[in-house]
Write a protein that binds this ligand. Sequence first.
Ligand SMILES: Cc1cc2nc3c(=O)[nH]c(=O)nc-3n(C[C@H](O)[C@H](O)[C@H](O)COP(=O)(O)OP(=O)(O)OC[C@H]3O[C@@H](n4cnc5c(N)ncnc54)[C@H](O)[C@@H]3O)c2cc1C
Length: 411
Amino acid sequence: MPPLFEPTRQAALTRLAAVQPDAYARTRNALDGAVTGLSPYLTHGLLSLREVYAAVHARQPLDAKHKFVFELGWRAYYRHVWAHLGPGLHQSLHPGLLPDAAYVAQMPADVLEARSGVAAIDLAVRTLYTTGYLHNHARMWLASYLVHLRRVHWHTAAQWMLGHLLDGDVASNHLSWQWVAGTGSTKPYLFNADNVAKYAPAPWHSPGTVIDTSYEALDLLARSASAPGHGVDGRAADGCAQGRADDHPMGAGLSPPALLATPPDALWSPPDASAVAGRDVWLQHPWSLGAVPQGLGDDALVVGVGLAECHAQTPWSTRRWDFVGAGLQAQTSALWWATAPQLAEALRGARAVGWQAEPHADAALASVQALLAAGKGAAVITAHAVPCLFEPVPKHCQSFAQWWRQTRIAL
Ligand SMILES: Cc1cc2nc3c(=O)[nH]c(=O)nc-3n(C[C@H](O)[C@H](O)[C@H](O)COP(=O)(O)OP(=O)(O)OC[C@H]3O[C@@H](n4cnc5c(N)ncnc54)[C@H](O)[C@@H]3O)c2cc1C
């Protein structure tokens, strides 16, 4: 079976051509609704928000209040927050329901192995592992269950999900987790079995489990000082059936795919200084899998580069490494894996070096730039910025509504 997401520009454009904004607005909350599947392409630079908006708007003029534009806005807003907070995004933005110390820093084995006994959770985990993609509603359910019913710290669980998602994006991911946890929003996100039954097909329904209760009961569980019942022993703390692995139609669970801080395959090699000496070099990185810029000289060398510093804290699944490796290979056969100092050393003899700016890679590439600038015969560096869809708002906005009032579409 072909992968759901091919890491090619053509596959990205095919998805873009299939977007139906009105059907999206009507059905996006349902698991089988007309969602776009654009996020892996946006995260890895095969499409930009501006390009997505322009293509859909050209087919059907979109009011800025259209739900589709609004959702693109959420992605841009999270980037706005990240630009202001930097690494502060890894901390709770404000206290949640309970102190941070009340949450554990380890993922529960039964959830990792998709055998919690709650069908909605186990199917979400299976889908995540087998496709690298999850519908927004399933992400919200999984996040809410882990934080509020299993007392896992949002950051621990966010790092896990990020590594398995093909679209894993630190801003959208960590800030969405904070939104669910209530550390980045005014109230936590809770859901129950009725909500799952409304938006998901039958196999996801979870009657008789810990989530089959009222919102008031869930709120009490989420706020209670003692940790809620865990695992697959069949009972939650309040006596509500949690679901037994051996009763469960999906059986005994599965082995969670590993998350790797270095690429698992032999595609990548160490940098080769002799290949770049005296040449213009364009660095294609995992967040810029799109076409190389026009106007590169005929003898310019395109190099796919993975920088160890970008991945040390956020390891990826093999599926994601494969997506990125194949996407880079579509542009070049030179794939280098290096630390920033190793890359700078190899590039020292290049005539000029350029790349696309992207916040996941900027810090590591800035240190390459600094090392080159400090050395003799430094290359000329240019970092190309991706044009924004929404006008930048200089002041940090604490809420989406505040940001939305101050920005506008900038085509
Ligand atoms: C716990 C949790 C973790 C998440 N992690 C990520 C992540 O790592 N990377 C990521 O790109 N998105 C993340 N999201 C946001 C959202 O779930 C995905 O962007 C969306 O599901 C991607 O699928 P799609 O392209 O089919 O989206 P569609 O619903 O078709 O939306 C179109 C585009 O709009 C943007 N968008 C839609 N909904 C949101 C949203 N709630 N927040 C931000 N942007 C949105 C995305 O760019 C998306 O590609 C997360 C949400 C939650 C609740």
